[in-house]
Write a new protein. Structure first.
Length: 283
């Protein structure tokens, strides 16, 4: 065997290297790192390829989403289902004031800020070890990332909306620059501002490819959402106005919407592999 894969960042190193050339992690000998009789010791890095074009984002995203659909479903369901139940029941009460929409918006943000790190953590564990973590483990890890992620996300949204308000083009540029702000805020050290700067740095020179990858995945998510909305409308037209059914349809839509979250992780890891400037991403 002529090379060794780092268990932390997935970089392929020469077998003679004592530490990883990217993250500095001590490398185990090849004989102890790979054990065909014990799949749990195998490190999987083929799920994400270096990001050199749109296909390097689209293909791995499809692969990861399909391969880990049940895992993604569980992570999304745990946090989103209670919210969708509350939303469905609240809307049915017919209370028309600003407090309900505002409250639902804040709740949805909190759900998203909890869900994203848990999903990142779970998928990265699968990529690195081939074994999915427990849902409790993923959300416990997610809680510690919530404040920084929320602040970075809010700042990036405000800046992007300001860019769109002034001129559309600056808004598009900023949205592409902040494409990987979520994984950077979750996995890397530093402040929320550092996460914004790091995202802009990583995406520089790659934003055209990122735009095309996001365009494809976004269109697919929109098509799926349209189909799901059509199914919901058919049920309503046939008199099946049943809130558990509405919740189930909404949750299915939420699950497929996480395809964009998976894409942001794929692009982030792909850029790190391309630059060979990654670091241990799970602290």
């Amino acid at each position: 065997m002529t090379n060794v894969t780092c268990t932390q960042c997935g970089t392929v190193n020469l077998v003679t290297n004592e530490v990883c050339k990217v993250c500095g992690t001590e490398l185990r000998p090849a004989s102890s790192q790979w054990d065909d009789s014990d799949p749990s010791t195998r490190v999987y890095t083929d799920d994400v390829s270096p990001f050199t074009g749109p296909s390097d984002g689209i293909g791995p995203t499809f692969h990861l989403f399909r391969k880990n659909f049940w895992l993604i479903t569980k992570i999304v369901f745990v946090i989103v289902a209670p919210f969708e139940v509350f939303k469905a029941l609240s809307i049915r009460q017919g209370v028309l004031d600003w407090q309900l929409p505002a409250g639902l918006f804040v709740m949805q943000l909190v759900c998203n800020f909890l869900l994203v790190p848990a999903l990142f953590y779970s998928l990265l564990k699968v990529i690195q070890t081939g074994t999915a973590p427990g849902i409790n483990e993923a959300y416990r890890w997610s809680l510690g990332k919530l404040p920084k992620l929320a602040l970075a996300a809010i700042i990036s949204w405000l800046l992007t909306m300001l860019g769109f308000a002034l001129l559309i083009v600056p808004g598009i540029i900023l949205s592409l620059a902040f494409t990987v702000v979520y994984p950077v805020a979750v996995f890397e050290k530093g402040s929320a501002i550092d996460a914004l700067k790091r995202s802009a740095q990583l995406t520089k020179g790659r934003r055209g490819d990122i735009f095309l990858a996001y365009l494809v995945i976004t269109i697919l998510v929109m098509v799926i959402s349209f189909v799901i909305g059509g199914v919901s409308s058919i049920f309503l037209l046939n008199g099946l106005n049943f809130w558990p059914l509405e919740v189930a349809i909404a949750v299915v839509g939420d699950i497929f919407a996480e395809g964009l979250t998976v894409l942001s992780l794929v692009i982030y890891l792909g850029i790190l592999r391309t630059l060979e400037s990654g670091q241990p991403v799970i602290e």
